[in-house]
Design a protein around this ligand. Structure first.
Ligand SMILES: Nc1nc2c(ncn2[C@@H]2O[C@H](COP(=O)(O)OP(=O)(O)OP(=O)(O)O)[C@@H](O)[C@H]2O)c(=O)[nH]1
Length: 323
């Protein structure tokens, strides 16, 4: 990012054999930056039991036993070592690229950059890219939480291997993916061939006017079976800041674990400026932004989460309208 000394980080995720290595090769071919690539080998063996998998990682608990917010100590060690060796003039790199294993849930990796003070100071998540095996993803989505999580956390989704499916299948897949994650850019690829400008320098986790809540996504989704879904809320009446604060505190405490990502732009009663916020599980940040100016003010919120009680969330949000 301009005037930002932090090193950008791109996280690449995707199921086994989806095309992550092919993606890396295309990126390496196009980039003029020096990349430090971390290939994450952990959890490589298929272990179904969540608890066993979690004990393989070094988990730091915050918020008294919250298991959804954890950082990866092994990753912090590697990233600290990179910083140190660069400071010593032993290596040079402009960006870090992390390739996760096919079975990894990206949440703890993303959280590492949002929770650890040294990581926050030194690194800046540019974007999370998920490579999807278009031929097999539907089966994985039916069976695996990791695939859902990889899609839910993503900023860029490459629907790869489209040569192996029909155009009807592709349309259905796009619909299903959009319902899980309405934030992400979706690209159709073969051999993960993508223009680097589409995936680098997005800085999706910055709060600076980066909201991409497009009108096409702001509708409700029905008739699908994925337990990870999105919900969009829109309100043109001004909202009460105090009520909203209380509601959000409640939401992150109660639903934090099942809220994957959420973002919003808020029209607050008595404020000329927009409020924007975003969160990952229980980690939450909000910021006052530019004035509404000529735009007609309205609030837009999108949640991506597991087993969302949409009706209840809608009712609770409605109660935050300023009376
Ligand atoms: N037909 C077809 N094959 C592809 C495409 N992209 C990748 N492949 C093939 O799929 C296989 C896996 O691709 P990789 O890029 O190694 O995938 P990966 O995600 O790095 O795989 P793992 O490291 O095993 O998780 C290779 O044999 C690729 O040649 C595509 O768009 N179409």
């Amino acid at each position: 990012m301009e005037n930002d000394a932090r090193t950008p980080v791109t996280i690449v995720t995707g199921y086994l054999g989806a095309g992550k290595t092919s993606f890396l090769n295309h990126i390496l071919h196009q980039t003029s930056e020096k990349l430090a690539i971390i290939v994450n080998e952990y959890g490589d063996i298929g272990i179904d039991d969540q608890l066993i998998e979690k004990t393989k990682e070094e988990i730091i608990e915050i918020n008294k036993g919250c298991i959804c917010c954890n950082v990866r100590k092994d990753l912090i060690d590697t990233l600290s070592m990179l910083l140190f060796t660069r400071e010593q003039g032993m290596i040079e790199f402009d960006r870090v690229l992390i390739e996760t294993t096919g079975l990894a849930d990206p949440a703890p990796i993303v959280q590492t950059f949002l929770m650890d003070p040294k990581m926050i100071e030194s690194y800046d998540i540019d974007s999370v890219c998920t490579i999807v095996d278009s031929k097999h993803i539907s089966m994985h989505l039916d069976q695996k939480d990791e695939s859902l999580s990889q899609i839910a956390f993503s900023d860029n989704i490459l629907l790869n291997k489209i040569d192996l499916i029909s155009s009807e299948q592709l349309e259905k897949l796009k619909e299903r993916i959009t319902k899980i994650n309405p934030f992400a850019n979706i690209y159709e690829t073969t051999k993960s061939n993508i223009d680097i400008n589409k995936v680098f320098n997005l800085y999706s986790f910055d709060l600076k006017d980066k909201l991409r809540i497009s009108p096409t996504f702001l509708h409700d989704t029905h008739h699908h079976h994925d337990n990870v879904t999105s919900l969009s809320l829109i309100e043109t009446k001004p909202l009460d800041l105090e009520k909203l604060n209380l509601w959000f505190s409640y939401l992150v405490q109660i639903l934090g674990e099942s809220l994957y990502r959420y973002k919003g732009i808020l029209y607050i009663n008595g404020k000329r400026r927009k409020y924007i916020f975003q969160g990952v599980h229980m980690l939450f940040a909000a910021e006052e932004q530019a004035e509404w100016g000529d735009m007609s003010p309205r609030s837009e919120i999108v949640f991506i989460g597991k087993d969302l009680n949409k009706q209840k969330l809608k009712e609770q949000f409605h109660k935050c309208i300023s009376r």
